[in-house]
Design a binder for this molecule. Sequence first.
Ligand code: NAD
Length: 351
Amino acid sequence: MVSRPARLTPPVECVRLYDPASGLDGVIAIHSTALGPGAGGCRLWSYADMDAALADAFRLAEGMSYKNALAGLPFGGAKAVLRRPEGDFDRAALFRAFGEAVERLGGLYVTAEDVGTSVGDMQEVARVSRHVAGLAAKEGQAGGDPSPWTALGVFEAMKAAARLTFGSDLDGLTVAVQGTGSVGAELCRRLAAAGAKLVIADPNPARRDRLAHVHDARIVAPDEIARAEADIFAPCALGGALDRDTVAAMKARLVCGAANNQLAAAEVAALLLRRGITYAPDYVVNAGGIINVSAEYLGEGEASVAARIAGIAPRVSQILHQAAEEKRSPAAVADEMAEAVIAGAQRAIAA
Ligand code: NAD
């Protein structure tokens, strides 16, 4: 699995999880608690070895510190990475054992779903720990599936970035959407309603074909979507969508999508800059999900989620303006802003 390039900052705390009885084998990495408890989802994935799982956990935890800081959330960054047991396993027992480890941290780490985990898994965690979100929504409160909120943030960010890049709204622009899963499908719905033309790709035909029918979208093969004739490329599948080859062949002038860790390597940001392709930084654009998850944990209502998501587009505009003025990559500008927020909180703690 591709992760965002790490700056190799050591985590504040790293807890090894190992319980042969339940099959639990993994790690909780807490990168920063300057702004609050470390918050970030729990990933269940097949890793070749523990070193690969550790490396992924550290990078993902660091990414959550940056994402949470720039989203204005009172949380630091953390992530849990669990190695998927071989063959059949007792899922409920595994996630209860994980929940017990989360509870032992006493609120230093707040977990939720991520790749490979579900609401049901988090409900098992919630049996033994309070420090979990991503459960079913309660009446009038934030919660439930974060994907529609993520899609809303991406859509608003894209509108803002399109205004700066093309001097227009999305009406009449063509958007190439890579991945028509939970976020991609909802993004397509919003884009079609705004008058954008769609090109879509997904190796799974079920949702893709229905979307193509409903929104009159053109379907291309997954390996063609990044170089499709389009104004905007929206990566909404897995990480690493932007590598040297895809960027070299890209026709779109703007990249703005939901996927985490879009840059396959740090130097790809410079290549995008050289090619004159505007890059709306992934973790700024896709913060709607963690905004919803954190509001649920804090017991806030949907109005608070909507207010925080409304902050995403102006933040993206600010980053793109500054990057253009300074002739730097928006990715570097965003990282610098996030680091300043975290450093400010660290100074406040030390004072
Ligand atoms: P999802 O699993 O529902 O959808 C992903 C889709 O991508 C699937 O339909 C899959 O078939 C498709 N896909 C896989 N490889 C592809 C390829 N090579 N080309 C085209 N399509 C491909 O996931 P999601 O919840 O929609 O999340 C999408 C991305 O957004 C992920 O990177 C996720 O980490 C990120 N993200 C999601 C949220 C959220 O709230 N769900 C929040 C922040 C970030």
